[in-house]
Design a protein around this ligand. Sequence first.
Ligand SMILES: Cc1ncc(COP(=O)(O)O)c(C=O)c1O
Length: 396
Amino acid sequence: MNDKYQTIHPRQLFLRHLAQTSPGPLSLEIDRAEGLYLYDTDGKAYLDLIAGIGVSCLGHRHPAVQAAVEAQVNRYWHTLVYGEYVLNPQVKLAALLASQLPGLDAVYFVNSGTEATEGAMKLAKRFTGRPDIVACRNAYHGSTHGAASLMNPVDFTLAYHPMLPGIRHIDFNDEKTLDSINHRTAAVVVETVQAESGITPPKPEFLQALRRRCDETGALLILDEIQAGYGRTGALFAFQHYGIKPDILLLAKGFGGGMPIGAFIAPQHIMEVLSHNPVLGHITTFGGHPVCAAAALATLEVLLSTDLIAQVPAKEALFRQLLVHPEIREVRSAGLWLGVDLGEAEKVQKVIAHCLKNGVITDWFLFNDRTLRIAPPLTIDETTIHKACEVLLEAL
Ligand SMILES: Cc1ncc(COP(=O)(O)O)c(C=O)c1O
């Protein structure tokens, strides 16, 4: 047996054998994770102030989620491709979701956020018979070819052209651009709160006008709550703040409480077009994997049975109260989700590095490197918020 790999440092193996996504990976060597903290192989604790980019909404290895995973692991794992067998964790999760989403009663489970976007775009085209999709500038909906076609600015996608045809862009929060939605539009894909622009909450009037324009033209409104959902903004779903409802809702990230699962959710009369003429309108082998669905069910049950979501506004206010410094230009927030604008990418990088040295993990945003990302697990407590802000202010 070739045991050479056992003598090479894991960090070297990481650089040598894992596909790299940037020239400067954080390269923390993770040993374990629990609650708000990651621990490296030297035993150093790191406060996860970004929840693995919006995933670990209940912290790492929440006991209820872990117990659900363990119970499911002991029962069955993969059994058949998605959609054939009746699997208890899937059906319970779908029913509980439907109870929280009046009118959206059909759940298609997938593996990730980008697959949820893909599935929803296909569903909208198929249901409406229309060719075009409208999306917002500075939005991120995923990295597979279809979802990436929605991306604008095009810096990240130029190398992959041609992208999907029929994509038009509007400006988030600008009602004047809604005229681009017309009778050729199958769907408008919008994040309820725009994430990667550095946290841009919606103007309620914009979302309401968007809903009206979709109704007028017959376009479906797809709300991407892959980051914004699951309590992050102080409601289970962010759209609940704004008096509107989507035709299709996208979930992933926090949905699985740390396990990989996503979903696109629509009314049954829309979703049913995927099942005939031809059958199998979307196919996925692992979508809604039973172990992930069990984790997602436990996550939702915890969110619904505790006051974690109700505590979000007070925790947001505490962050905002503490994050005052001459170097901070602006703090934009939507619940326990803050963008701290420092005005320069270099400053953001320095703060990230200082925080990392001092055991706090922060990040920047894909389309806004001048802004620092804060999106901790919803389980963060007041004392830890004070501690985190001390480290951040010290860095500044
Ligand atoms: C708003 C939003 N939509 C979609 C995605 C894509 O999700 P995934 O990385 O699971 O494909 C992301 C991921 O960052 C996201 O933030």
